[in-house]
Design a binder for this molecule. Structure first.
Ligand SMILES: *Cc1c(COP(=O)(O)O)cnc(C)c1O
Length: 211
């Protein structure tokens, strides 16, 4: 068995069945990905539109069960390609992007699922809606644009206070009545599981260290 499948199975066996594992395949080639597709895994994530397009567009056409997740910063000028290729976008973080995505949904007759990215650590260098603006942004996306917001997403700082950030996101999600949470990466997913995350985004713990 490939080492990638071994790592994946080990993680999966320790996680509740209703938590979805997104295998974050950025920087890795199809050779690394194929063993996971062969065992029937269907959720994969990328952080760059162009890389994702080159790697996945053919497989996407031939495999209807495949779910592709955009987890990285998305520029609005890449909205069209993003709507064409992805099923989920985890990094919805500003009005201009939301408007542009909703236009291409109409044009291409597609409905994606979105996570609003929240800047839980109030970090100036990180993307995400600030917590005090979240309710307004959520209303804008759902009422003005009809986007299908399924939950909240965050990339918290690794400063030892991960419990607080994940707890905040869990509560904010519940107060909006949303179904899903996208929280937990290789370093912190075990903490995110305590706060009932439904999607974990795992790269290096499955594929190994990135170059
Ligand atoms: C790269 C990336 C991940 C996966 O990171 P690992 O630490 O390798 O698990 C998860 N989420 C986002 C947004 C990423 O860019």
């Amino acid at each position: 068995m490939s080492i990638i499948v071994e790592r994946f199975n080990k993680i999966k066996s320790n996680i509740n069945k209703d938590v979805n594992i997104i295998a974050i395949s950025k920087t890795f080639t199809f050779e690394h990905i194929k063993p996971l597709l062969d065992i029937g895994h269907n959720h994969f994530g990328e952080n760059k539109v162009q890389e994702a397009d080159m790697k996945w567009s053919n497989h996407k056409k031939s495999n209807k069960n495949l779910s592709l997740h955009m987890v990285g910063k998305l520029q609005s000028n890449k909205s069209k390609k993003a709507v064409e290729l992805f099923d989920y976008i985890h990094s919805l973080d500003n009005q201009k992007l939301a408007i542009s995505l909703s236009r291409f949904e109409l044009k291409l007759k597609k409905n994606l699922k979105y996570f609003i990215q929240v800047n839980v650590g109030l970090e100036s260098q990180k993307s995400g809606i600030l917590p005090n603006l979240l309710d307004d942004f959520y209303s804008f996306c759902t009422k003005e644009l009809n986007l299908n917001i399924v939950g909240l997403m965050a990339i918290p700082p690794n400063d030892g206070k991960e419990d607080d950030y994940f707890k905040y996101l869990y509560e904010a999600n519940a107060s909006l009545g949303l179904e899903h949470l996208s929280m937990g990466m290789s370093a912190d997913y075990k903490i995110a599981l305590k706060y009932e995350t439904t999607f974990v985004r795992l790269g290096s713990s499955i594929f190994g260290t990135r170059a």
